[in-house]
Design a protein around this ligand. Structure first.
Ligand code: CA
Ligand code: CA
Length: 582
């Protein structure tokens, strides 16, 4: 590693009274520090001559060996320093593992795990697991998926409401109800064979209160302490607000996300080191292609910048997308790398989710067209991209596990298709939430369960099966085919992935834009028709600067030739995507 130091956290009765001694070629103990509370932090220097193997550590209480521990020094993964990360060429698919497919009913309940499976409880664990995902990689690949983000797999040994994975109780261990660490590593390997990258969901802001840490804190300031339980105000914009009060800022960053989620104090250098090492360990162990970092504005922002730097030092091409769930582009732009912020802050974060565009998408296709409604929302939002250091580093999406699903919001399959076509062709890298292709709605379920229904076909005995195609409604079959055609085409089209975006002010419910690779002389034309009634023809005169030099085109869905570009027919409530030809 570029950084040749390693800090071990050692926990055990009276371990803080000992000193670590190691005799191993190339490995030196630099320091052992007790923070009290039966913890010892041991700083190691791993020299170039060190070889992989079992490092024997004697914990000396004066002259006697109190404890001996064998720590495995692992070899690096081949080529790990060159990990490429996700790009605009990818389509990322988001899965909640508990809700996708139950590949192994035997792990639904596991000894030592407090919460048992209960599929009748909308907030309970339903049994989905790693094997369920690994077994269906072919399905994902055919859908056009090239990157997979799963909500956290790590142990959440909480008494209830643990299926979502965001109350982690062991940062080094996959939850046994999902599988083992090796199952996870093999899932990544299998995904890579199908051309699918894997992005790991990490949570540096908080951890589950049922962690052994809470019974005996590694340091008294391991978590942000309050005289009585204090929630975050969840107002992410406070951190960048030039008029913020210290009161609001402290509550935002140091308030707890929930009673079950203890707030890490990343200002403590041992916490900081622990989190940095943990992320690097997972990149190496599992062969990750990227990280999705939860609740980005909630941890200490200076620490987050340091973390990104440490990660990028080891993996210069590696990418991380931060969940800064904030409503306005300037607030998102603050968190993207290379932004020249007035307060001098540089995040080093490579990617961010485009929440403002998501909000625009959720309105654009159902509203009446007006000066600032309907398609104008997409146009206006994108016109603010000058705020971003690099808008191609935004991850675009229409919904996720925390937001109302696309179908119930957009109301008709036609609108969902339009949203998908927009995501596939505008700037950035698209992310699609599992079940969009199944037109999942919330049914009678209130709150989060309505956004996180079991994927049809993931459980034995499911009547509708998206994987095999059994009993799909005509609308579901049509949506799955549409998504697959759209993203399979996108997978092979560099112009739409990287081309320069030029768009035109929406007129008469029609929004037209182009993605162009100037050097290659290639261009893709996109026409969104948001009108309820059939609009026979689009007069293309005003797009001369983009159409100049092109004579014909090919409709990517039908494959049919468009012989005349001066007038193009676009059916109501649909998107036409045309590969222009010279
Ligand atoms: Ca299972
Ligand atoms: Ca925090």
């Amino acid at each position: 590693m570029k950084n040749n130091t390693l800090q071990l956290m050692v926990h055990g009765k009276d371990i803080g009274k000992t000193k670590a001694v190691i005799e191993y070629n190339g490995v030196k103990v630099k320091n052992s520090v007790s923070t009290g509370n039966d913890y010892l932090f041991v700083d190691l220097v791993i020299g170039n001559s060190a070889k992989p193997g079992m490092v024997s550590i004697d914990f000396m209480d004066k002259e006697t060996v109190a404890v001996n521990y064998k720590y495995e020094l692992k070899a690096r993964l081949t080529g790990s320093a060159k990990r490429a990360g996700f790009t605009t060429a990818d389509m990322m698919y988001l899965i909640m593992p508990d809700r996708f497919a139950n590949g192994d009913p035997n792990n639904d309940d596991m000894p030592g795990m407090l919460e048992k499976a209960d599929r009748t409880n909308p907030n309970g664990r339903h049994g989905g697991d790693i094997r369920g995902i690994t077994e269906h990689l072919d399905y994902l690949s055919k859908l056009g998926v090239t990157a997979l983000w799963c909500t956290p797999f790590l142990e959440n040994n909480m008494p209830a409401y643990s299926y979502h994975g965001y109350a982690i109780t062991d940062l080094y261990k996959v939850d046994p109800r999902f599988g083992t660490n090796d199952d996870y590593r093999m899932m990544v390997e299998a995904a890579h064979k199908k051309g699918i990258k894997v992005v790991m969901d990490m949570v540096f802001n908080h951890f589950g209160t049922n962690s052994y840490w809470m019974k005996n804190l590694p340091a008294n300031d391991w978590v942000n302490q309050w005289p009585e339980f204090t929630r975050s105000n969840y107002r992410g914009g406070v951190i960048t607000d030039p008029y913020r009060s210290q009161y609001d800022e402290k509550k935002m960053a140091n308030g707890w996300f929930d009673v079950t989620m203890a707030d890490f104090n990343q200002k403590n250098p041992y916490v900081a080191k622990y989190l940095i090492q943990n992320s690097i360990w997972w990149v190496e162990f599992a062969g990750l292609d990227g990280i999705r970092q939860d609740t980005y504005p909630y941890p200490d922002k200076e620490f987050m910048a340091d973390w990104m730097l440490a990660l990028r030092e080891e993996y210069p091409n590696f990418n991380v997308v931060g969940e800064a769930w904030i409503n306005y582009p300037p607030q998102i732009s603050y968190w993207l790398d290379n932004k020249k912020n007035n307060d001098g802050y540089r995040s080093n974060l490579t990617h961010a989710f485009d929440f403002p565009l998501m909000m625009a998408i959720q309105k654009a296709f159902t509203e009446n067209e007006g000066w600032d409604t309907g398609l104008a929302r997409l146009y206006e939002l994108l016109s603010q991209d000058f705020l971003y250091s690099d808008p191609s580093k935004l991850i675009t999406f229409a919904d996720n596990h925390d937001i109302e699903r696309t179908f119930p919001v957009l109301k008709t399959p036609e609108n969902v298709k339009m949203a998908l076509a927009f995501l596939a062709t505008t700037r950035g890298m698209p992310m699609i939430y599992y079940g969009t292709e199944a037109l999942l709605d919330r049914g009678t379920l209130e709150g989060d369960p309505g956004k996180r229904k079991d994927f049809p076909g993931g459980w034995q005995g499911d009547e509708v099966n998206m994987f095999t195609g059994e009993n799909l409604s005509p609308e579901q079959k049509d949506m799955k085919d549409y998504m697959s055609a759209l993203f399979t085409w996108r997978k092979g089209n560099k112009t739409v992935q990287e081309g320069k975006l030029t768009h035109y002010i929406p007129e008469d419910g029609m929004y037209v834009y182009f993605r162009t690779l100037e050097k290659e002389k290639k261009s893709v034309m996109v026409i969104i028709n948001n009108n309820e009634k059939y609009l026979k023809t689009l007069d293309t005169n005003r797009f001369e600067e983009n159409l100049n030099g092109y004579k014909t085109g090919k409709d990517i869905f039908t494959g049919s030739q468009i012989k005349e570009l001066s007038k193009i027919e676009v059916p109501a409530k649909s998107v036409k995507i045309i590969e222009l030809q010279r």
